[in-house]
Design a protein. Structure first.
Length: 443
């Protein structure tokens, strides 16, 4: 057993370990809270002063974090936040959970990971471990993170410090699985790194910690998880297009198929895919695959299908208005119900509803939205678009078409159907509606 490994395992067991979490977003803040809950002193790092201020005041801004829990940890001195990376020098364990978006050409943008790693490297002390949690392409931890840490610190990976990858698994709004009880995968650069990283997660989480032989395995498995979902959503969306032409209710088809107790998992159609995982992660692999002269044809095809859904929603809306009311989309008043990418959350990242909205505007429609979880959003030009304050019968009746883009639970869909001229439901939110069903068209 190396001295570093022995020391780190001892500090994990005695709770003397000081944990740093870089990036206090949807992944980082819940992770920081759970580590503080386990009794470790946690320092959160973020470049946004407003996040640092809110954390230090005990004010929560993430749906999966309990407000009282955060404020109590801050009051006890177990959790604090800073933008000063010099404080990395006091940390033994540093988790990196920063954004890994795609650029406009669907090429991975790892600038946040790179910058964070460089900032860490300047203050990394001997006997520490750095664990990347941000989703990325296979090879990032060994080919980018470890060399950057070595270069900036003058230390040697595997001898002076450890590096590992443990992919985040966060499903905003999930009532059953949170950070604390979701199984964790860990793959380190060397067995010692894997053992140390796994030991901390076992002391923090109430879930299985599954170790793999290398960071590349862990990086690839994360992409497989989300590609599996992307491809299957693409499959059901493609089925939906032909089912519509054949006059078949695809929602009923899926519900029937899922009665099979083996060999089938239900995926449902929708106006597109959103969030920071499913629409993005598969393309980290397609980009990396080109380095090996390989094209990931299924991933690319499913991406094309899913990307086509927002425009298809608008095209269907245009036909509904024309066929039922002899009205053009140009000049029509349209109300979108829901701007979040999934039900009952305030997360709007990469929501397909934004693309639907954009296509409606491009076709001359007058568009408003209602979302009880997202009262406003910022536009690219810095302006703000606000949700309708209250969804009343009079408000609903004032639109030519209501399009359900997110199936939020608090919405009274029977009231909407009763008062709307017509409803185009892309999420099957009106499934339980019994009256005025003739005013509903499903995706």
């Amino acid at each position: 057993m190396s001295n570093i490994k022995e020391e780190l395992l001892g500090k994990i067991e005695s709770k003397e370990l000081v944990v740093g979490v870089v990036g206090l977003g949807y992944v980082g803040l819940p992770l920081a809270v759970e580590k503080a809950n386990a009794g470790y002193q946690v320092i959160g790092f973020d470049v946004l002063p407003e996040k640092v201020k809110m954390v230090n005041e005990g004010h929560n801004y993430i749906g999966d974090v309990v407000d009282d829990e955060l404020s109590e940890l801050v009051e006890k001195g177990l959790l604090r936040a800073t933008s000063d990376f010099a404080e990395v020098a006091s940390c033994n364990f540093i988790a990196v959970a920063v954004p890994t978006p795609l650029d406009e050409y669907q090429i991975p943008d790892i600038s946040y990971v790179q910058k964070s790693t460089e900032d860490i490297s300047k203050h990394l002390k001997k006997g520490s471990i750095v664990v990347l949690e941000s989703t990325t392409y296979p090879g990032t931890t060994e080919e980018l993170i470890a060399p950057l840490l070595e270069k900036g610190s003058g230390l040697k990976c595997g001898e002076d410090f450890f590096v590992a990858f443990s992919p985040e698994r966060v499903d905003p709004g999930n009532k059953e699985y949170k950070t604390k009880n979701t199984p964790k995968v860990v793959g380190g650069v060397g067995e010692d790194a894997t053992e140390v990283a796994a030991a901390l997660y076992r002391n923090v989480l109430e879930s299985e910690i599954f170790t793999v032989s290398s960071p590349k395995i862990a990086e690839m498995e994360k992409i497989l998880e989300n590609t599996y979902r992307n491809v299957n959503i693409g499959l059901v969306n493609e089925f939906t297009k032909i089912a519509h032409k054949m006059g078949i209710n695809m929602w009923e088809v899926v519900d029937a198929a899922k009665t099979k107790p083996y060999g089938f998992q239900a995926f449902y159609p929708g106006p597109g895919v959103g969030g920071h995982c499913i629409p993005l992660d598969p393309f980290y692999l397609t980009w990396k695959a080109k380095e090996f002269d390989t094209h990931m044809e299924i991933i690319e095809a499913s991406g094309t299908i899913n990307d086509s859904m927002p425009e298809w929603v608008v095209d269907r809306s245009m036909k509904i208005l024309s066929k039922k009311f002899k009205k053009a989309l140009n000049g029509a008043k349209v109300l979108l119900l829901g701007i979040a990418y999934k039900k009952d959350i305030d997360d709007m990242r990469d929501s397909p509803a934004f693309i639907v909205l954009e296509h409606f505007l491009e076709n001359g429609a007058e568009v408003d939205y209602y979302d009880p979880f997202n009262p406003s959003f910022k536009n690219e030009d810095g302006s703000t678009t606000e949700s309708i304050k209250e969804l009343t019968p009079e408000v609903v009746a004032s639109y030519d078409l209501v399009v359900i883009t997110t199936d939020h639970t608090p919405v009274d869909y029977q009231m909407v159907v009763d008062n709307a001229a017509f409803v185009f439901d892309t999420k099957n939110a009106t499934k339980g509606i019994t009256e005025n069903k003739e005013k509903i068209e499903l995706l």
